[in-house]
Design a protein around this ligand. Structure first.
Ligand SMILES: Nc1nc2c(c(=O)[nH]1)N[C@H]1C(S)=C(S)[C@@H](COP(=O)(O)O)O[C@H]1N2
Ligand SMILES: [Mo]
Length: 394
């Protein structure tokens, strides 16, 4: 039974209940679901993955054949590009997500690169199109279409970009893309196409709906002379962001020490620091980070905030990545309803009669015993860098 929080029932769009996120990894049954179309029915016996387009040796793979290839495991946070949309003023169209369109899991599968190399990419290939079995219509697109997205070649060939077969050690659940999904670590979830059936190497940029009409942001033109208008850019890597889980806005706290607990993530990078302010953003102090400092993965944070004077307080958190990128103060209007990262305030009242929440969390005990593995994994070179001689096939 799913214990996700339903935003829309048909198709399912549901959130991870972050208040019960008690460890580093999100259990599969709690992991958020973002479906544009009804979930497709898949008959595993008839299912094939087709690799085609600009390749020398197009081929079909069965699920069993893919399972026999060398596999790799990556821990990574996935956030929907629209996560937090319901907090925007003015509001933006789309699924009205609160904070829970995010999760962190262990993803295992075959590097996409392995099957591309097995088919022999043509030198002209510049994007890899990935198509899901699901199809349907959108309000502004009455013609039925598949969910499909194209990845730039460098990210497609990155050893951590996977044809994922397993999530947290279990076969993918139907809602998370069984039998096979693309998994693009560090990028917004939209890149990680579920129910994958077709991969095609393209020698021109893909102009599909989910990367030209939807899932795009606007950017001021780079200093090229002559261009003045805004450019449309497809969403890719996740922004640097943090989320306070406790206290909740509206809570009444007591005097003395109070705990501030949350999550922070930085896309393809690791989180280096999280800072907390309890005075609306003037003074900041560092929070303690819990869990591995690994690329792609979120970290838990905890700080003890001492309050000596009753009153109303605004608590903020901000994350800083390893390369020094900081969570932005405000939502960039050019991002529209996507890439939503800003200092979202938690408003609390502190009263002499309130209950102070000073008991430090037992986070360490809740952390997966795979932490050490995750740190090691982040340093490990690709173990399946296969060389395919022309015509060898596998
Ligand atoms: N085939 C298919 N893949 C898809 C989608 C979809 O609707 N269909 N939604 C995408 C989006 S926008 C997100 S955020 C992630 C969500 O993955 P999850 O449902 O496993 O959490 O799947 C992506 N892959
Ligand atoms: Mo998404």
């Amino acid at each position: 039974m799913s214990q996700r929080k339903t935003i829309t029932a048909e198709p399912e769009n549901s959130e991870t209940p972050l208040e019960s996120q008690a460890g580093w990894v999100t259990p599969n049954r709690l992991f958020f679901v973002r479906n544009h179309f009804p979930r497709p029915e898949i008959d595993l016996g008839a299912w094939r993955l087709s690799v085609e387009g600009g390749v020398r040796r197009p081929r079909l793979w069965t699920w069993e054949e893919l399972n026999e290839l060398p596999q790799r495991t990556v821990f990574a946070t996935v956030e929907c590009a629209g996560n937090g949309r319901s907090f925007l003023h003015p509001s933006a169209a789309g699924v009205q997500w609160a904070a829970g369109a995010i999760g962190h899991a262990e993803w295992s599968g075959v590097p996409l690169r392995t099957v591309l190399e097995a088919s022999g990419l043509e030198p002209a290939a510049m994007q890899i199109l990935c198509q899901g079995a699901d199809r349907g219509v959108e309000a502004d697109h009455p013609e039925p279409m598949h969910f499909e997205r194209a990845l730039p070649l460098d990210k497609a060939l990155h050893p951590d970009t996977l044809l994922a077969l397993r999530m947290n050690g279990e076969p993918l659940e139907p809602d998370h893309g069984f039998p096979l999904r693309l998994f693009v670590p560090g990028w917004y979830g939209v890149a990680s196409v579920k129910w994958l059936v077709r991969i095609a190497a393209l020698d021109v940029p893909f102009g599909g709906y989910f990367q030209t009409i939807k899932y795009t942001v606007r950017r001021r033109p780079t200093a090229t002379a002559g261009s003045t208008g805004l450019e449309t850019v497809v969403v890719g890597p996740m922004a640097v962001k943090s989320e306070i889980l406790r206290p909740r806005s509206g809570e009444v706290l007591g005097l003395g020490p109070n705990r501030v607990v949350g999550l922070a993530w930085a896309g393809e990078e690791a989180v280096a620091r999280v800072e907390i302010s309890a005075d609306g953003g003037y003074a900041w102090s560092p929070a303690e980070l819990i869990g591995p400092r690994a690329p792609y993965s979120w970290r838990l944070f905890e700080a003890t905030w001492r309050v000596d004077t009753p009153g109303d307080y605004t608590v903020l958190a901000r994350a800083i990545s390893e390369s020094g990128r900081m969570q932005p103060v405000e939502h960039d209007p050019l991002n529209g309803g996507y890439l939503i990262s800003f200092y979202r305030p938690t408003h609390v009242r502190v009263m002499a009669t309130g209950r102070s929440d000073a008991q430090p969390g037992d986070w360490q005990a809740l952390l997966y015993d795979m932490n050490a593995f995750a740190e090691e994994n982040a340093r490990r070179p690709l173990d399946v860098d296969l060389q395919f001689a022309a015509g060898a096939g596998i």
